[in-house]
Design a protein around this ligand. Structure first.
Ligand code: ADP
Ligand code: MG
Length: 140
């Protein structure tokens, strides 16, 4: 067990439905602390780089367009085992399979428009945080 940081994105479907605060409330009700946060509009290059791992999947172009369809809120969350704690709070990628009370069960519209992103490993967290935040923007 260790204090970790993870990258969270509140995705366009949630931003468009004014759910930023509701999602932040669920995050803050868990043992995660928001140590950096900003609202930005991703560039196409940023979205493609961010999801490069999925570039050969059939939904890649649609996913990139979705991520560009409104601003997003990017956050760094910090806490004990933050990476797995946030993945558990998010719930399954497919909201129909997500557990009760998870962000995706409560808010997601579909397997694509699923309201939030969270890093899936320590390596991913480090790379993803560095894509959006410099060290002096993260205040623990
Ligand atoms: P997660 O966000 O749970 O880590 P993945 O890394 O597998 O999920 O996928 C990244 C994102 O791609 C998902 O959050 C979702 O927005 C989108 N996505 C995943 N699977 C599909 C699918 N079958 N059809 C459309 N979009 C998908
Ligand atoms: Mg993933």
């Amino acid at each position: 067990m260790a204090i970790e940081r993870t990258l969270s994105i509140i995705k366009p479907d949630a931003i468009k439905r004014n759910l930023t605060g509701a999602i932040i409330t669920l995050i803050e009700n868990s043992d995660l602390h928001i140590v950096a946060q900003k609202r930005i509009r991703l560039t196409k290059e940023q979205a493609k780089t961010f999801y490069a791992f999925h570039k050969d999947r059939p939904f890649f172009d649609e996913l990139v367009d979705f991520m560009l369809s409104s601003p997003v809120v990017v956050q760094v969350l910090e806490g004990e085992s933050a990476i797995s704690v946030y993945r558990n709070l998010m719930g399954d990628t497919d909201p129909t399979r997500a557990a009760d009370g998870t962000i995706r069960k409560v808010f997601a519209k579909s397997i694509e428009e699923n309201s939030v992103h969270g890093s899936d490993s320590a390596i991913a967290a480090r790379v993803e945080i560095a894509q959006f935040f410099s060290d002096n923007e993260i205040v623990g």
